[in-house]
Structure formats: structure tokens, C-alpha cells
Design a protein around this ligand. Sequence first.
Ligand code: NAD
Length: 354
Amino acid sequence: MDFSGRVDNLPRNWYICQQLKGIREVVNRGALRHHLMSEIPEWRGTVKVSSKIGFIGLGIMGRPMARNLLKAGHKLWVFDVVPASVEELKKAGAASGSSAKDVAERTDIVITMLPDGPDVDKAVLGPNGVLEGARRGSIIVDMSSISPLVSQKVGKACEERGVDFIDAPVSGGEPKAVDGTLAIMVGGDEKVFGKVKGILQTMGSSVTLTGPIGAGNVTKLANQIIVACNIAAMGEALVLATRAGLDPEVVFNAIKGGLAGSTVLNSKAPMVIARNFKPGFRIRLHQKDLRNALLAAEEMKVPLPLTSLVQGTLMSLMNEGKGDLDHSAIVTALEKMAGIEIARPDSELRVAAD
Ligand code: NAD
């Protein structure tokens, strides 16, 4: 990501630079791209029919996403460092590779769904990684939520090997991964996007190209800022209502149809009221996203005061051993300050300090 230029013109400069760079690359690589496309007979229009797809990273999100690719009729080779996850996908009809490199050697498109930038760096660029096995003309689609700076580093390394790369992080969590209705935010070359769009649509109901490589993750960071601050605001509001003696469920039902209503409120308030913090989206992953947002923002000289506050809250929850709870447990930090838990008045779960 090119963050150079005058501070007051940074965002505009960045996007203009990226667009110009993209145009230059397309012109320079036009002949090579034509050659590569003519070597791959299966491309039909924008979608490759019954593609050979590799899937690396079979966690909470990766497993259901991989299943949806199988259901859509694609041939799938999978790899994860946890053998039990691989076995689960094999039972569903996937083949397995012995490493990320092995998976890439057997497939045309490799999808990665890993925790953070260092994991993507290692799985794609490291020894026995995807890039060691990928053929020229194949495509790597990284669907992890990582720093846009890492997306650009990995994208550049791929380009040097004649491999296309796009970043395509998702929003929607496990339920939407299961239903195949994720929101997918893509960064990359328009032609590469066109080739994988059909495949992405088997995992998501909204698939949007947002700019050049890295732009998908900038968009995802924006999404994560809104979600985290929304959960924290919900926590403050429901703690106040509980302390005032109100039933938080009644308060939730009263406000959800108004301006305060949101997808976050609808999915997280019932979990909090039922004291269900099973992940879902883990505290430690959201802390990672806000850290990436703050690092990128610092490079661009953008203050993110609310994000900084929630990031500190997430870190303190991790220090309390709550890193693997759902991110709705952000509310527990606010409850601790108020000495009361959000729960229905008749609930045995309700604990008041006084
Ligand atoms: P997860 O921790 O459940 O799964 C990650 C998987 O990657 C694990 O199975 C792990 O064993 C595997 N892995 C790690 N390093 C590897 C390597 N080098 N090679 C092969 N496999 C490796 O995480 P998740 O919840 O599935 O999230 C994945 C990504 O999606 C993260 O970036 C996360 O921020 C993002 N995301 C998650 C959610 C959610 O609700 N869980 C929602 C949107 C986006």
C-alpha cells in the first residue's frame, strides 16, 4: 500500500496511485495474460465450470464455506494443520493434500481462510506454501481478514511468479457461512475478479469488487470498526437499562425497529440476554482486526478514537482469559464496571453487586 504523499490528500492519492498502478500492470501483462488464458481451456465466460479448487484453513468459517463449494459441484482439495478438520471435509467428499504446496499443485484456484496476516504469509509464501506449488496462471483468493499491507505484499510476490491474487474477506459469521450468504468484499484486478466471481457467489449473497489488491481488507476493517463499536454501545445501553430495573429483552424489542436497530443488535442482544457467549466470532479475532485497523490508520494519519477504546477493552478481556468467547462478551467489561449483569429480572443468571 502506497501511503506516501501529503497527509491532507492521502486517501485520494492512495486510490489514484492504485488505479494507475493497476492500469499499468494490465497493459504490461496483457500479452502474458492472453497466453495464459489460451492455455486454460476450461474458462467459459467469467466462471470456470466445475473448477479444481484448493481450500486451506478449515476453522469455524472455512469448514462451512468449503462444504458449500462441494455442494456446488466443485472438486475440492483441502489442507489444515489440524487433521480432524481435514477428516471432517473428507467425509463430506473432499480430497486432501499433504501441505498447502501439495494442494496448489493439484488445483487451479486456491482459497485461504486463515486467522491473520502472519498465517497467510506463512501458508502462501513460506516453505511448502501455496506459491511453491501454484502454476503460472492459477489464482489465489485469500478470504482471511488481514492487514491490507500484507495483502499487497502477498499479491506482489504472487505477481512475480505469474500467479493472480485477490483479497476477499467476508462478513456475516458462521451462520451466513453455513447458509452461503456471506458478504464478500474483494480487492484486485477486475478480470481476475470476473474469473472467480461465480465461485465466490456459492459462498456469499453479496460479492463486491471494492478496488485494487488490499481494498477488500480496508473495507473489512471498516466493517469491523462498526461492529465492535456497535456491540460496545449496546452493552452500555443494556447495562443502564438493567441497572434501572428494566427487562433488557423488553428494551431490545422496543428499540430494534427504530434508528438504533441494526443487524448487530438483532444477532447479539439475544445472545447477551441469554448469557450465551459461545463463538461465533472470537474476542481474539476481533482484537486482531482492530489492531490491523489502528496500524493502517496510523500509517494514513487517521485518528480512530472509538476504535482505540474498544481495542483496549478487547485486550483486557483477553488478559482475563476471555479471548475465545464470542465478541458479544465485550459487554462483560461494561458489566464489570457497573457491577451488574445484563439479564432478565426473573433470570437466575442475573447478578447484581448490591
Ligand atoms: P479459526 O481459528 O476457527 O480457523 C482458522 C483455521 O486455520 C484453523 O482451522 C487453523 O488450524 C488453520 N490454520 C492456521 N494456520 C494454518 C496454516 N499455516 N496452514 C493450514 N491451516 C492453518 O478462524 P475462523 O473463525 O474460521 O476465521 C478465519 C478468518 O475469517 C479470520 O481472519 C477471521 O477474522 C475471519 N472471519 C471470521 C468470522 C467468524 O465469525 N468466525 C467472520 C468473518 C470473518
